[in-house]
Structures are given as C-alpha cells and as structure tokens.
Design a protein around this ligand. Structure first.
Ligand code: GRF
Length: 210
C-alpha cells in the first residue's frame, strides 16, 4: 500500500510512522511521498535527508491578483495536490500536522482513504490549539483522535482515541508533550489496521473487522 504523508511542520508523527514501517509494526506499506505546503518544514527536511520523495508544493504558485487584491486559489492548489497523489499511485493519505483544510475534490477522490491525527478527544476542541482549548475549558481529560477526513474540520468518522490526564497545574507545553507521546502510538495502530484492510466504515461508525 502506497502512503503519502502531508505535513506542515515538525514531522514527529511522520517519523513515528516511518519507523513503524521500517520495523514492521506497520506492514504492507511504504511511504511514496512526503508533501508539504511549507518549504522549511522540519518534517520535509527529514524526508529529504532520508532520500525520500520530499515535495514542496508552493502555495505562492497558486496566488492570483484581481483588482489589485491577491487571492489564493485553493482549488487549483488541491488539484495539483491530487495530481501528485495520483502520479505517485497513493492509496492512503496520512495528514500529520498538515495545517491546511483539504478541499472537496481531493476528499471525494480519496473518500475513506485520508486519515488525520488530532490532539484532542474529538468532537471536543477541533481546529487549532486543541491542547490550549482543553486547558482553557478546564477539561480534566484530553487525548488524541485518529479519524477519517471528511469535508468538515476534524469532523470525520473516528477510528481510535486515547485519553491523557490534564493535571491541575498543567500548561500547554506539558499537556502537548503528554498527548504527542500517545499520538505516535495511536497513529501507528490505526495505520497498521488500515493497511491490513481491517477497518470498516459504516456512516459515522468505524469498526475493526476480526
Ligand atoms: C500533532 O499534535 C498533530 O496531532 C497535529 O499537529 C501536530 C503535528 O505534530 N495535527 P508533528 O509535526 O507530527 O510533530
């Protein structure tokens, strides 16, 4: 199974996935491309250093000016992204800190084949700064969620979740660190099930086929 990783930053989830493929925890899979909208993303740099197929898809190439105002053409950008996924025969797209909403064209073409990791227990605290949202809300438990991607923001069918305690004197850094350690394990478990063909989606419900 050919996996594409989409990322915008650090890339620790990407590295965890790569390691799991290398050590056999995820079987029947290979990362065929790592794509980023950020040229300087550390995750993209890591992919380059591994000699992997690291692709910077430059948002600046999809800007246009109308009446002196600069716009970003999301559809054209994602159409180029879709071309890349197809050209690399990608079967599964793993979003790993990809800070951009994937548009409908990609989601339709890859329905049930795009997954994401989010640092909260969805449906609580979707969107950015999920850990900060949990702290500010006063939640006593947070965690992480791996889910299929649909047209909404962090709204797709949930594959797996792990809980993490929120302590009384917690801060964003400590909570994020605690959640991230669980993210790495959870994402691998979910991808391993996917690549073995063991995940079944029925409406919002995802089950593990035994
Ligand atoms: C993770 O917390 C992930 O849940 C969120 O973005 C962060 C990416 O971290 N979507 P990394 O780039 O994988 O280290």
């Amino acid at each position: 199974m050919n996996i594409a990783i989409l990322l915008s930053g650090r890339g620790s989830n990407f590295l965890a996935i790569k390691e799991a493929i290398d050590n056999g925890a995820i079987s029947n899979a290979q990362i065929v491309c790592v794509i980023s909208n950020k040229e300087q993303a550390a995750g993209l740099e890591s992919a380059r250093n591994f000699g992997m197929n690291a692709i910077f898809l430059n948002p600046a190439d999809y800007k246009y000016i109308e009446n002196g105002v600069s716009y970003f053409d999301r559809n054209a950008y994602d159409s180029a992204l879709l071309d890349l996924l197809k050209a690399n025969n990608v079967d599964l797209v793993c979003l790993a800190g990809y800070m951009r909403v994937v548009t409908e064209a990609v989601i339709n073409e890859y329905a049930g084949r795009i997954i994401n990791i989010h640092p909260s227990l969805l449906p609580s605290f979707p969107g950015i700064d999920a850990q900060k949202q949990a702290l500010n809300y006063g939640a006593k438990v947070s965690g992480c969620t791996v889910h299929f991607v649909d047209k909404g923001v962090d709204t797709g069918p949930i594959i797996m979740q792990t809980t993490v305690p929120v302590f009384q004197d917690d801060n964003e850094h400590e909570l994020s660190k605690r959640i991230l350690a669980e993210e790495h394990k959870l994402y691998i478990k979910a991808i391993a099930l996917y690549t073995k063909g063991l995940l079944k989606i029925e409406g919002r419900k995802v089950s593990v086929v035994s």
